[in-house]
Every structure is written in C-alpha cells, then in structure tokens.
Design a protein around this ligand. Structure first.
Ligand code: BG6
Length: 487
C-alpha cells in the first residue's frame, strides 16, 4: 500500500448530528433544532410561527423565513437533533471505542451556539468552552488528533432570524469573533481546522431552473462565507503558526452522460459551478475567470469590496479537504430517469449501482476526483467524509453483520491507494458517521453509517447503547495496518 507512515485513519461526526443536549449548559438554538425528521421521499420541515401567530411548517431546503415570522419548537413534533446520539454525555465511552479501533484522527465540529448562544454576546459561554476542552483533552490522552469543523451547517438561530441565512456582511465579523475565541482557547490542543463544511452546497445543489433572485442570494451568501473563511485562515495562522487550515468541499465527480460535445461542455460548466468555484477562491485566493460567466448567466451583482479581494488573497488554504459519496451524470438531453429522492442527484448512470437512498456507488470516481483536484492545487488532500448510509439489523445475539459497509470502504480505500501511487499527496481518511448519527439530509437514524451502532430510532426511542458492528473489527485492522490489511 502506498499510504505514508503517518497517514491519519479515523472517522467523522458533526455536533448537531451527534451531540444532542440541544438546550444544555447554556447552548443557544441552531436551525437543526427547529427541523423535523423526514425520509428519502418526504423533505425535512422547519417549524415556525408566522406574523399572525399561526403554526407553520415548510421544507427546509432553501427556506427563507417570511417577514415577521419566528422559528419555534412545537411540542407535538419530533426533532431528531435535539437528542441525536447524546455524544455530549457519551464522549468518553465513544472515544474509548475509537481508540480501540486504532483511530489516529477524529473529525468533529464545534457548535457555534454552544460558544456564543445568540452569536452576538461579548463574552463566550464558559460551559461550552469547558465541554470542548474536555473532549479535546480526552482525544489527546488517547493519541487521537482532532480535526475540527468550525461550522457544520449550524449558524446560531438568533442570527438566522435577525440577518437571514448569511445574507448580511455583519456575519463576517461575528464569525471572526467566534473563531478568535476557539483558536485562542484550544491553542495547542487542535491543529487541524476546517472553516466551512461543504461550503459549495449553497450553489451546487441549486437547480439551474432556480430564479435569478435565488442565484443572487446563493452567490452573495457564498461570498460572505469565502471572506469569513479567508479571515479565519489568516487569524488561525497568526494565533498558532502550526495550525493547518482547510476548506471543505462536497466532492462530487461529474460525468457527461453522452459524448455529445454539448454534454461535455455542460459537464465542464457543472464542475466549475459546483466544485471548482469554491475550491479556486479558497485555495488560489481569488475568483476564477469563469466566475463572471456564472454570475452573468443569472444577472448576479455581488457586494464585493476591495478589502474583500485583499482578504481572499491573504487567506489561502493549507489543505483541501472534501466529502465523497457519489458521482453524478449530467446531460443536456431530455432524460427523465433521474436518481435521488427529495433531492435530485442527476440522471441514472447505467454503469453504476445505487444505494437505498439513491446515491451512486462509485469508488473509481474517488480516484478521478483525487487526481483531478491534486493536479489543480498541489496541496495536501484529506478525504474527511466517505461512507455508506444503509439499513442495519441487530441479530438476536446483539451482533450486527454489515458486509456491504466493509465492501464499500474497501473499494474506496483501494481507489485512494491507486491515487496515492499516482502521486496524490493524500494525508487522511476520516469515514463519515463512524458512530451512527442523525442523517443531515433526511433526519433519519435508520440511515446508518457507523462502525459503532447506536440504539436510537426514528420514533425517538432508544437507550443510546453502543455496539460494535462487524465493520468495527474490519476497520480496526485497516487502521492498525496503515491500510495494508483490507481482507
Ligand atoms: C454531508 C454532510 O453532506 O453528507 C454530513 O457533511 C452528512 O453532515 C453527510 O450527514 C451524509 O448525508 P446524509 O444526508 O446521509 O446524512
């Protein structure tokens, strides 16, 4: 196997999908606290009260709170992220299991509203800081390097109500205050930071049929996050020159469905809009040439200042990190054989099989992505999410046989190995949901990714007991052999 001696093997979770304890120790709310469960067919809904006091629900994707409305938790709704898998109270037990598997890296996120409950306090919430310090110390004690996402889809809800979803320049300063706090407090404990999880989602999941106003908002939202991200990179380096700062991109490999030159061109433009736009700004420090075409296509006029341009140039990433689950075929031809559920994932690729949630299974696409991206930026890469969301069955004796999960990871690790052999500087692999957690897309528990099973269910029942699946023992061999033993 080609992996370096100090390659990081591990797994990943996010605060809102794992911690639970949504209203404990002074934490403020985030959007996920007013988001119900859903399924592959039914979207997750946000709950709110309109200006006349009526209880309302609306699909959470691309939701904008109407004027005069307020987000609200309703007693007769179930909010899966409220308890999640209660990592907040189980972290010691969980870290012991990760250590047993041989993890050398663990990716987790900080909940902004645990540190600044409304985002606008002058002083941080000490209980939130103490909590994360204990988690990082526990990881250190167990020889596991934390990889910390600063923002994983969880802006404090109070800010969302006041300023909309990153549509206000004031977010940049509020995010700066938050990052200064965590960089200072956790200096020496954390060295690997990711500024915004899947920052490109704002634009790559926006359908071409969306209105010009939606595109205007999406590109503006992204611009403010790019500046906030670049500022965090600069401040991260100032506070601790040992900090390694990374972007985090939702990595999708796009293929043209046919050799029609129009499909090839369409595919290239899909890469530009969905993947390269966000990577180029964050890794090259400036907007690419094709940005003007993207904006012009939808009459987008951005609020970009001279200072923003300077900040982008000063905040280039040390590493490119990405999630990888699937590939998508795109075409300009009429084709109704689309895949996915309440979110569209392109047209069906006849050469691939699909998961129960409609995600294309394609390890070759990971090799393609790794080589494409490394050739473009030539900075270290990390695969910080990869995994199979699947139904698991607990047998009568408590065992969980999940050969499908082992097959999935084995194939993707082999693909990484070939890319490394071909010269890609890949430094880490953290599988998604190494401990089962709440799905971000559907809010389900039964869409399980973990090597560790958690007794928690979609109807809110469960003991939170942890169990080792068969894949736990397999991944332990992988970690301990540095990827050499994949049998
Ligand atoms: C990524 C996110 O999009 O994919 C995670 O960073 C998410 O938060 C993961 O959980 C898998 O998606 P899902 O919808 O299966 O949870």
């Amino acid at each position: 196997m080609a992996f370096k001696k100090n390659f990081f093997w591990g797994g990943a979770i996010a605060a809102n999908q794992a911690e639970g304890a949504w209203n404990v120790d002074g934490r403020g709310m985030a959007k996920t606290d007013v988001t119900t469960g859903g399924s592959v067919k039914a979207p997750r809904m946000v709950t709110y009260v309109d200006k006349d006091g009526n209880k309302c629900k609306a699909p959470s994707h691309h939701f904008t709170l109407p004027d005069g409305a307020h987000y609200q938790v309703f007693e007769d709704e179930l909010y899966p992220n409220h308890d999640a898998i209660d990592f907040y109270h189980h972290y010691k037990e969980d870290i012991a299991l990760l250590k047993e598997m041989g993890f050398t890296m663990f990716r987790l996120s900080i909940s902004w509203s645990r540190i600044y409950p409304t985002g606008e306090e002058d002083k941080p919430n000490q209980a939130g800081i103490d909590y994360y310090r204990s988690v990082f110390e526990e990881l250190k004690k167990n020889g596991i390097e934390p990889l910390v996402s600063i923002w994983h889809f969880d802006t404090p809800l109070a800010l969302e109500e006041k300023y909309g979803d990153w549509l206000d320049r004031r977010y940049i300063d509020l995010y700066e205050k938050y990052v200064r706090t965590i960089f200072t407090e956790f200096k020496g404990l954390v060295h690997y930071w990711l500024t915004f999880n899947e920052i490109n989602n704002t634009i790559n999941f926006l359908p071409d049929t969306a209105s010009d106003e939606d595109f205007q908002n999406a590109y503006q939202h992204l611009h403010y996050q790019f500046v906030a991200s670049a500022r965090a990179v600069r401040i991260g380096h100032e506070i601790d020159p040992e900090n390694m700062m990374g972007c985090m991109i939702c990595g999708i490999t796009y293929y043209p469905l046919t050799p029609d030159p129009k499909d090839i061109l369409h595919c290239q433009h899909t890469w530009e809009k969905g993947i390269f736009y966000s990577g180029d700004v964050q890794c090259l420090g400036k907007y690419p040439t094709y940005a003007k075409r993207l904006w012009d296509e939808h009459n987008v006029k951005l609020d970009i200042t001279e200072q923003d341009i300077e900040e982008l140039a000063q905040g280039k990433m040390d590493m490119y990190t990405f999630s990888y689950y699937m590939t998508q075929a795109v075409t300009t031809h009429k084709n109704d054989d689309v895949v996915g559920g309440n979110m569209s994932f392109g047209v069906r690729n006849p050469y691939l099989t699909y998961s129960d949630w409609g995600w294309a299974l394609d390890p070759d696409g990971l090799q393609y992505y790794l080589e494409m991206i490394y050739n473009r930026y030539e900075i270290p890469l990390m695969v910080v999410e990869n995994g199979l969301g699947a139904f698991d069955t607990v047998e009568e004796d408590g065992s969980i046989h999940d050969p499908y999960r082992v097959d999935y990871h084995r194939a993707h690790i082999k693909a990484m190995d070939v890319a490394v052999e071909n010269g890609v500087d890949l430094i880490a692999y953290t599988t998604w949901g190494c401990i089962d957690l709440v799905s971000a897309g559907t809010g389900e528990m039964r869409k399980r990714y973990g090597f560790i099973y958690v007794d928690k269910h979609d109807d809110g029942t469960g003991t939170f007991e942890r169990k080792r699946k068969d894949s736990f023992y397999w991944y332990k061999k992988v970690c301990e052999s540095n990827g050499a033993d994949l049998d």
